[in-house]
Design a protein around this ligand. Structure first.
Ligand code: FEO
Length: 173
């Protein structure tokens, strides 16, 4: 049985994961409209992955006799200055999510809910992987220095990552 404080913070994390899904959907749409089809496919897949993260929490809350709540939909912005700006924002966003997950684990320890702290280890590990992935993507982009031909090759690489399922380590779909 979840205590009300843990239930509340888990529902807050549900909201953040759903917003992440919306954010990547908006970024995918921008990338598709601006000719970055590889990045678009990668980001559409990543949006699905974030919904998977949200659902995993959803089922956990209900399985532990809490009540998972569908959060209101927050609209992400739809315009970006460049593909670099997209990936920079993703990296900052994922760092913020990692920090929220760590806070969540902290609340679980304060409340002596070791079962939930253990469940959240999956998210701790996932955040390490996501931060590492996007840090690598950003490093590559920064090396290109805006060169159009190289950006095209970069976009093809993102397509390959999407096809290889590199964005969907825990996608239940
Ligand atoms: Fe659900 Fe991108 O972390």
């Amino acid at each position: 049985m979840l205590n009300s404080k843990v239930e509340k913070v888990l529902n807050k994390q549900i909201e953040l994961e759903l917003f992440s899904s919306q954010l990547y959907l908006a970024m995918a749409s921008w990338a598709e409209k601006n000719g970055y089809n590889g990045s678009a496919n990668f980001l559409y897949a990543h949006s699905d992955e974030e919904r998977g993260h949200m659902l995993k929490l959803f089922h956990y809350v209900n399985d532990r006799n809490g009540h998972a709540i569908v959060p209101p939909v927050e609209q992400p912005k739809s315009e970006y200055e460049s593909i670099q700006a997209v990936y920079e924002e993703i990296y900052e966003h994922e760092k913020m999510i990692s920090s929220e997950i760590n806070n969540l684990v902290g609340v679980c320890y304060e409340e002596k809910d070791f079962t939930t702290a253990n469940f959240l280890q999956w998210y701790v590990q996932e955040q390490i992987e996501e931060e590492s992935l996007f840090s690598t993507v950003l490093d590559k982009l920064n090396l290109l220095g805006g060169d159009k031909a190289r950006l095209y090759m970069f976009d093809n690489e993102m397509e390959k990552l999407a096809l290889a399922g590199e964005t969907t380590s825990e996608n239940e779909q």
